[in-house]
Ligand binder design. Sequence first.
Ligand code: MTE
Ligand code: MO
Length: 395
Amino acid sequence: MKQLVLCLAIAAGYFSCSAPSSTPIVNKADSAADIWVKADGKDSMLLLTDRPPNLETPLKYFLEDYTPNNVFFVRWHLSGLPSAVSEDTFRLRVVGNITTDVALSMNDLKTKFTPYTITALCQCSGNSRSFFDPRVPGGQWKNGAMGNAKWTGVKLKDILAFAGAKPNSVEVSFDGLDVPPLPSTPDFVKSLKYDHANDGEVMIAYEMNGEPLPLLNGYPLKLVVPGWYATYWVGMLSKIEVHAEPFEGFWMKKAYMIPKGVENGNERPDSLATIMEPINVMDVRSIFVSPEPNQTIKTGESSKIQGLAFDGGFGITKVELSEDNGKTWTLATLGPDLGKYSWRRWHYNFTPKQNGDYSLQVRATNAKGQTQPAHHWNRSGYMRNEIEQLPLTAK
Ligand SMILES: Nc1nc2c(c(=O)[nH]1)N[C@H]1C(S)=C(S)[C@@H](COP(=O)(O)O)O[C@H]1N2
Ligand SMILES: [Mo]
């Protein structure tokens, strides 16, 4: 793998300069090789785009239960991102269908409300998009557009109650400090149904793994929507609006749409779905983490195969591996259960009996009995969850 540390002389200055400036990199998808960068507050990560910053977590960090903040993936849509936020002057505003407009300081959030902590996986809808066959446009992520963290903050329902949200409310929308670079681009605003917003699990995090959030992960506040794709996890959250009418914003009605009522949001290139709905709960999925694809392992010896399994919050009940292209399946050993919204690590001992090429497959099943399809595709490259293959050579 080619390792480059790039100096990206961009105005916003998220990336550190450790080498003379080279041609700005626009999109990783245009280049065959991996490009590594060190952004502000981050260790070496894979670069997708520099403006807005989009960075992928290297796979090796998925051998840990919690993803370190300094390599947690970064995904922004709009390049108008503040390069610093002051904890002293920052306010979280609550407006709309409430009794009184509220502006909460960070200190208010930390002292006026009961703290709440939950472990939850934050996974981008487009995670693993680069593996879609046929290929689809969009950020060409490998498996690193996700991370598992312990989130601490305040329950959204407590904030809505504090603001006196009215009982006829139907939806709540969330806006961050990031702004569109051009007036023609719609501001990034997401919404949740009022009941979902009040479920006692959706929360506003001021800490991630016991530390303030890195700026690039949405400092000072990030909405955490356990079990739902990360597009709803609005970062730099600064405005909550309570609506008595359905919310019709671009990022809810036009972007992030999936085929409605179809298992895993599946469709076919030659027959695209016509009825769509906003993306929502994460589907059940498992991936291989180690060894990485095409590595050589020892014939006649046991190799430890490790990976992850996760879903939208029913909880993983089993992970199975196949050594014979899906004819027979054997249970993997599950790692610690960190909560139903967490990913779950697993491992499996594989002993190749003779020299040659092998391909392992992995599939997970959740408490609802949902499992993974042999093939999965949709036009947007969302929610990938097909059964993954791991090619290995034994010698
Ligand atoms: N304000 C704001 N919040 C946002 C986004 C954004 O563009 N702006 N992107 C969303 C998407 S699509 C993802 S995948 C997650 C990524 O969170 P991370 O950058 O902390 O990894 O943030 C979400 N929250
Ligand atoms: Mo995303």
